[in-house]
Design a protein around this ligand. Structure first.
Ligand SMILES: Nc1nc2c(ncn2[C@@H]2O[C@H](COP(=O)(O)OP(=O)(O)OP(=O)(O)O)[C@@H](O)[C@H]2O)c(=O)[nH]1
Ligand SMILES: [Mg+2]
Length: 456
């Protein structure tokens, strides 16, 4: 027997239509046969969902279920796998699981099923990690990205980079081992070029991580402006519901309000804030303090200006506190008319994008969506096929590999001996291998899977 047989509840623990118990390992089918009875004439065949009853040692019915037995190796774990569809009651699941454990299975550790898929060679480490991302994805974009990674898109890119590094290593080794042989000499210039190419492809991959972070964590948008300009109205428009109180009284919003939503499939954390202005009101002052704090934490700040009035000194004060790069200005209340000259804004916030909007008739909201999308995808056309690195572990390994390649190139330019350069190149090769798990130690592998949820 290669490994223990493991079992766990694979569905979320709570009430549901059904709950699934998963068993994996050599004993799976035996355990099922001991606790599962089928009606007369019905046989349990591989890969056939079969109706029957789970019974305890005394023959008492514990649950009415559908069960399936899937023989190795074409299963999730590459081992024999059994799944039992129980009623989705915590009690039923607990009882059936206890029975399975008493028949010889042991409770699975978090991520152990997927770990077995990895150890069985069905998934590499980055694909196994994608399983976790897939389960926890909260937006279409995060989901697509995880699905691509599960399909091996990241593995392919990393393997291609490793292949180039390996080619370089082989060429170097030949030159180190047989320096006198009549082999085409690996000139430093050529080595330097090869390392530059590898560096370029790795930095390209690394760049995708910036939008990858947004894909994964979403983007934080804070709405600021002086009182009564339409900040809360914008919040409600973006949320598609009346979350924030809107009145014509200046100072309606006194505390920051945070809500999560989706803009074009991008996860967004929206913060509406108290209008910033000079005031003696104690509560308002605290609210304004919070507005300033939210301002510092945002990925994007949307400043709302009442276009129906001339700019005030407060508008200028707020503009001065912003950075054009991560700001967007809305000239709101366009339905009323426009008293503001855009030049006055762009001369204070150089290069900032200005959109005329109306929360009354919805003008300009499409453009706000375009802006957010452009910001996240760096202006490039949205490609669902594009690869984004989202995992912190992968980003860190990529960065270390990039540093190693850069070091190698620098000492190549100084014409240091090849065997010294080789150390850095080999290091880069191993670091990239940790992404896919080819060179990852047991500790790293255990660490990765410990973050999984139970039953996966
Ligand atoms: N005509 C018109 N009125 C608007 C528009 N946007 C907001 N308003 C009105 O302006 C008033 C203030 O809107 P709010 O959304 O509460 O403004 P706010 O910036 O959140 O205000 P405070 O919370 O007080 O800082 C309300 O009466 C809104 O109905 C718009 O585009 N056009
Ligand atoms: Mg408000």
């Amino acid at each position: 027997m290669r490994e223990d047989t493991i079992a766990a509840v694979a569905t979320a623990m709570g009430q549901g239509g059904i709950g699934i118990i998963r068993i994996s390992g050599d004993e799976s089918a035996n355990i099922l046969r001991k606790i599962f009875t089928t009606p007369k004439g019905v046989e349990l065949l591989p890969r056939q969902l079969t109706y029957g009853h789970i019974r305890d040692g005394q023959g008492a019915v514990i649950d009415e279920v559908l069960a399936v037995y899937m023989p190795a190796p074409h299963t999730y774990t590459t081992e024999d796998v059994v799944e039992i569809d129980c009623h989705g009651s915590i009690v039923a699941l607990r009882k059936v699981l206890a029975l399975v454990l008493s028949e010889g299975a042991r409770m699975a550790e978090p991520g152990e099923f997927t770990k077995r898929a990895f150890l069985g060679g069905r998934l590499d480490l980055s694909q196994a990690e994608a399983v976790m991302d897939l389960i926890s994805a909260r937006s279409d974009k995060a989901y697509d990205s995880a699905l691509g990674q599960l399909g091996g898109r990241l593995s392919e890119a990393v393997s291609a980079a490793r292949k180039s590094i390996l080619d370089t290593l082989v060429e170097m080794t030949v030159n180190i081992d047989y320096p006198d042989e009549d082999i085409e000499e690996l000139t430093y210039a050529r080595l330097s070029q090869a390392l530059s190419d590898i560096y370029d492809s790795l930095t390209e991959l690394r760049k995708s991580a910036d939008s990858g972070r947004i894909v994964r964590e979403g983007i934080g948008i804070t709405i600021v402006g002086r009182p009564n300009v339409g900040k809360s109205s914008l919040m409600n428009r973006l949320l598609g519901e009346s979350r924030a109180i809107v009145t014509d009284i200046a100072g309606t919003t006194r505390d920051t309000i945070e809500e999560a939503t989706n803009i074009r499939g991008i996860e967004v954390r929206l913060t509406d804030t108290a209008g910033i202005h000079e005031t003696d009101d104690k509560i308002e002052r605290i609210g304004i303090e919070r507005s300033r704090k939210a301002l510092n934490e945002a990925d994007l700040i949307i400043m709302v200006i009442d276009g129906g009035e001339k700019l005030t000194s407060e508008d200028f004060e707020i503009m001065k506190a912003l950075e054009p790069k991560k700001s967007l200005v809305l000239l709101n209340k366009s339905d009323i008319g426009c008293e503001v000259r855009e030049e006055d804004i762009s001369s204070t916030l150089k290069g900032v994008e200005i959109i005329r909007t109306s929360m009354e008739n919805g003008e300009g909201l499409e453009e706000v969506g375009d802006f957010v999308e452009k910001m996240v995808y760096g202006g490039s056309v949205r490609q669902s096929e594009s690869l984004t690195v989202t995992n912190i572990r992968h980003i860190s390994l990529l960065e270390q590999a990039i540093t190693a390649v850069l070091d190698a190139r620098n000492i190549t330019e100084k014409k240091e001996p090849l065997d010294i350069i080789e150390i850095d190149v080999r290091n880069a090769y191993d670091l990239l291998g940790e992404i896919t798990g080819e060179t990852a130690s047991d500790d790293i592998i255990n660490e990765v899977f410990s973050k999984f949820c139970l039953g996966k």
